[in-house]
Design a protein around this ligand. Sequence first.
Ligand code: N2P
Length: 611
Amino acid sequence: MADSRATLRSSPGLALFSALVYLFLYAPILVLVVFSFNAGRLTAEWQGFTFAWYAKLLHNPQILSALRNSLVVATASTVACTILGTAAALAFHKHRFRKQAAMDALITVPIVVPEIVLASSLVLLFAAIGLRLGFFTVILAHIAFSVSYAVVVVRSRLAGFDRSLEEAAADLGAGPWATFWKVTLPGIAPGVLAGALLVFALSIDDYVITSFVAGVGATTLPIQIYSMVRTGISPEINAVSTILLAATSLLLFAAYRLEQGRSARTAVIPIVLSLGLLGAPFFLGGRAASGDKVLNVYIWSNYISPETVKKFEQRYGVHVNVDLYDTNEAMLAKVATGNVAYDILCPSNYPVESLRHQNLLLPLDHTALPHLTNIDPRFLDQAYDPGNRYSVPYFWGTGGIAYDKTKVGTVDSWAALWDARWKGRILMLDDPREAIGATFKWKGLSYNTVDEAKLFEARRLLMEQKKLVKTYNASNFEDVLLSRDVWLAQGWNGQFAKVMADDHELTYVIPKEGASMFVDSLVIPASAPHPELAHAFIDFTLEPEIAAEICRTMQYSTPNRAALPLLPAAIRDNPAIFPPDDVVGRLELIHDIGESTVLYDRLWTEVKTSE
Ligand code: N2P
């Protein structure tokens, strides 16, 4: 110790180097912590000190319920892993197994296997045994990935444990149980506690595996943070991340002390502080939202505001879980696993077709939807769902190009997205049907082209374009444009309309070759646990005031005629939101293309992963 200190002092170069390494490691965390106290909403500008974001957290029911879920999951998996892990470690310690080396290696497998592999195999397993994704599967998964850590930690403590003490106890007449409780356990207690703390910290932090195995209503804190990030980083996220960070660091610090062989007492303060941090929101902010009646909604991001959801919750005295997706494909993949319990989905026109053909939708009871008459007949009784037996239009819109006119002049063709002058300034929708479809449209073909040779040609064009593309994004593409990380972006009109309201250098165009149009509808899956409440929800969104609120807050186009007079002129007369008839004439609906979907998905993956 003394030696290495001397070296650092006598060599300023080395000291500087270490300082830089630490800076590299901790600067991002430091920035996050500092900005969680920033009075301004903008992420990167300091505008004074405040605790406001922490106070806001206390009144955010979504965060509180995510935090509560995280604590329940972490506690359950910690208890299970500590018991299992200690038992396994003792077994390893007491007995020599025949294939000892293999057993040793096997026990560490969950530690070294890539998380994503463990995650997908768990999902497969749960589907195979017919276990519905939810709270219970999250707990099982957390036990699976963290039990090994408990074993390893307890074993390392056992390695230094003097077994002659156990023999002495036995000699003095103690039975195996008495020996365990009175001699072994007290001897290894710090190791057991350190293992438990490690498991707790791992569980509280996990994102990847949880995101795979969490069904509805099992949103943990990391999942909640991620879904908030997708609609833009806010200081609230910095605040909740800071709390999570502080709590886990304290736990790890306590575990470290125990592993160093310190007495259990030295770990008490960090443990109490950590649990206090995690528990405080419940004492200070009241209870997390709960209630036995729930509705599980799986909908596009940027499609419904929390205020609207709250209105429904209050009117019906229920709790609504809202999960978000960014593409039809992501939604279909999740629904296809068959073991998620959603009550409402919001597919575009073409997936309605495929869900219907797979018998995955519940026929709607029109008598429970008295406000259906508010929908403009232009959007009713379409080929994808004759008679609207399964679907009720929610939003319609277009997929065009938004751009900064001061930087790129006037754009009127898809060709602009292949223009080398805008290298590194282009964003494409991360959506196979939209990206490949736009390529077709540019070349005078249809969004619904299925000819293989033409599809391969589209792939070639997209791979060529890739050199110019800054990023593929289907979630917050409008923010990327707003921040000028890109100057041109393919995307859906509503989100663009929202940022254009504040930024007049931006504009939105339907290229002269034409563009896509979508009609996204609410449907009820055949397996919905709460079909009655789901009908009530659909009818609620059809009420004129509610439909107008949804349109006003999200700025996608409402198909609800009765809502139109309630909209501010700035929205009703906005051509980016409600395009004039000649523009509508250039729009094409994306259809279900059956088998060819697989080829679209494959080609799109190839484009994105190509060099
Ligand atoms: C919502 C995107 C619009 C949906 N984030 C396009 N069908």
